[in-house]
Structures are given as structure tokens and as C-alpha cells.
Design a binder for this molecule. Sequence first.
Ligand code: SF4
Length: 478
Amino acid sequence: MRYYLEGHDRLNPVLQLLICLFPDEEHIRGDGEKIGEYVVSGLSEREGRICAWAEGYWGARREELCPEGMDISAPQVSEYIRRSLYLLLSERMDKAPQWGMLTGVKPSKLALKLIEETGSKAEAERILQERYFVSERRAALAIQTAIVSQHYKQLRRKDDIEVYVGIPFCPAKCSYCSFVSNDVRRWGDLVEPYLLALIDEIKGTGSVLKEKGRRIKSLYIGGGTPTILSKEQLFMLMSALIEYMDLSSLEEFTLEGGRPETITAGKLRIAREAGVGRISINPQTMNDDVLRGVGRFHTADDIRRCYHMAREQGSFEINMDLIAGLPSDDDEGLVYSVRELVKLEPENITLHCLARKKGAPLRFGKTGELSERVIDTCHDEMRKAGFEPYYMYRQKYTAGGLENVGFAKEGTFCRYNVIMMEETGDVAALGSGGVGKFIKPGGKIVRLSNPKYPLEYIERHKSAQSDWEPLRLALEND
Ligand code: SF4
């Protein structure tokens, strides 16, 4: 859709809303004469107040008056801009979006803010529905996950920190994957030098965290597919973490396994001995045809075998990921996958909605549409089996504009997932693509980013001694 801005230059609230509501369209900023199908977002003054307005080519206009005294440069003005545009565009939509005018990826972060501001969950839920037009069911979901987040926030000590370690390699690239994951068939030679560079970063980070008196509360090895490492490489990685990091306060240690063909009893024993208590075995779907179609080499039976093997290796909490919206899957296939996982009785199930590559059509079911109806059925199936939602987030270009939700049996919430996603505590991120986040007073976030690709990461490591000063500064508790 073509859009014009008048009286303001706040591109983000306008563009984000357009992308969120119409992800399949291209949105181009217009200049000069208005042509074709377009919307205008404007700001002007009326009766001494700021008025946010939106007009559509079909002749409609919506206006929202900002509160008295609000300055035109106030950040809150963006919300009125979005609101007027949302109200205008909602006239042209077949059905109301589940998340209303919320465009951010963290609805429960807003829910928590509202709970803290109003001191009432019911009031926060009402505001989500009335001010932001969130559906009743999604508002309740945001509140439920916000309460879990609040729990961890209240427990948090200033010297707590969570640590992420990334292994960005996979056995092959899944067709739908939007992460930086490197196919080992092409990039396998990089694994060893990458691991050496990573161990150096573990050593340096561990030393700075000790110097700053930080308590590591959770450790998360993610990917990619971390179990792509050989037994010997996994042992090296675990040994480095134990040697160089002070893990005396650790409460949670996760190893994301991912694909079952990379998980062996020997690797699980190494993980167990190193203190790993939580692992992921990720089917994505329990439908073999769909698995083949997206370029995964395993079958649903491989998942079952891997799951039982992991159970035999020790008392791991097990998470299993599913993706709704995979090409050639459909409503029945998705609900079947959820039921099959529920039968296995893992501690956690995470249901993602496919994040489409920009502009790619969704090839799901007969209509190509992923509806909230089937997602709600999946959630109901899990709730019936004793799982509760504990964290959630949205991504851009997600099928159906829906959310990703982590479900857990009582007492098995993943602390790292909650704190990292809700940004309620400091996270140090190691490895290529890692983005550390350090929360400052007033909610400001200082980010520290590593090079995105393994080769750049290894090169940086080779060419210069790492500079630990930015990490020291980010860790200052001011
Ligand atoms: S296993 Fe995961 S990270 Fe690797 S390619 Fe597939 S979706 Fe991407």
C-alpha cells in the first residue's frame, strides 16, 4: 500500500502497523500527489491539543485526540498515530486481528508494564482489549505470561546474569529457516576453528563476570543445532564452561539438541555429567511427509526413539518444538503433531507459528491460511494435558500474525527463555550472531553484538585480542 505522512515524520509506527496488518503487500512511502490506493497518516493541532488522524483513498477519516498538554515530540504520540491508522484500516479488514494494533514482538512486556502501572491484572487485561484492540483470548494469554515474567523479575538480584552460547551450525538448512544457520556439508571446516574462538570468548567472558561479581543463574547452549558437535567437541565446550565460568549459582543449564539424528546417548551423558538439566528435541512436526518436504532427514519415529533414549540417559527436563504453518501441513496435521507430543509427556512444548521469509506466500492447508482457530485448538489440547503457557513472543511476517508460545508442566518453566524474551535481566551472548542485552535503570537496554557469521567471528578472533572493555562497561550496575 502507498502511504503518506503529513505533519509528522514518524515512519516506524505507520510502517510497522502496515507490515503487521498486511504482511503480503509492499508498502511504499508516497511523495507529492496522492495516487492509487493509499492511506495518509497525519498530525495537526485542534482545540489546543495534538490530533492524530488517518485518511484512506476511499474517503474515510479517523481522528484521535492526544491528552491535553501532550507535546508533539512526546514518544506517546506514536501510539495515537497507530491508533487512528488502525481504526481506519480495520474498516477494510475481513476480521479483526488477534493482536489488534499491537505491532511489537513482545506483547507480554506491555502486559507486565500495564500490570505494574495499574496494580491490577484485570485492569491490565481490560486495557489490552479496549485500548489496543487485542482479542479477549490473546489478552488473557499476554497477562498469564506476564505474571510469570513478573515472578522472575521480582526474584532478580542486580548481580544475576544469564549466559547464552551459540553454535550456528546445522546438518542441513531447513527450507523454512530464517535464522543464520550454517549447513555443515558446506561449512563443516569452520566448526573446529569456531569452537576454539568460542572457547576463548568463554574464557574472557568468564573472567570479566567473576571480576564484576556476577552470579550466572542460567546457561543456554542454543543454535543452530548444538548437538552437531562431535562428542569430543561437546566435551571440549562443556569443559571450557566448567573451567572458565563460575557456575556455583547456576539454577538452569539447557542444551538445545534440535534434530534427533545429531543426538546420541554418548553426547547426552557428557551433557548430563556437565550439569545440563534441560534439553530440546525438536520435531517441528510429527508428519513424515511434511518433514521430508522441508528438508529434514528424520522421521517422527526417530523423534520418539530419541526422546526415549534421552529419558534413559537421566533426569532431563525435555522441551519439544513444533511449528504451525509448515508447507504442506494442515490443520489436522498440526493438531495430530500436538497430540503425539502430549502423549510422550515432555515437560515443555513450544508451539511456533512459521515466520515467513518476506513476501513468501504461506503454503499451509487448503486455503494457505493459518487461523487462530487451529492454534487455539492446539493450545487447548496442551492445557487439557496439564501444560500452561509461560512465555510468548511474536515475529515479523509470522503466519496469521500469530504468536510463539512456550508451554510447560508445573514447576518446569525455562528461566532463560522468560528473562531473555521479556528483557527483565542481563543476558551475555557468546558466539557468532550473539546479542547481549544489559538492562539499565529506567528500562534502557545496552546491546553488545558479536559478528553475525562464523567466518567473521573466527577472523575477528584471529586478527585481534578481544577487547573486554565494552562488556565491563555494560556490566556496570549504575
Ligand atoms: S535445524 Fe533449526 S536452525 Fe537449523 S536450519 Fe533447521 S530450523 Fe534452522
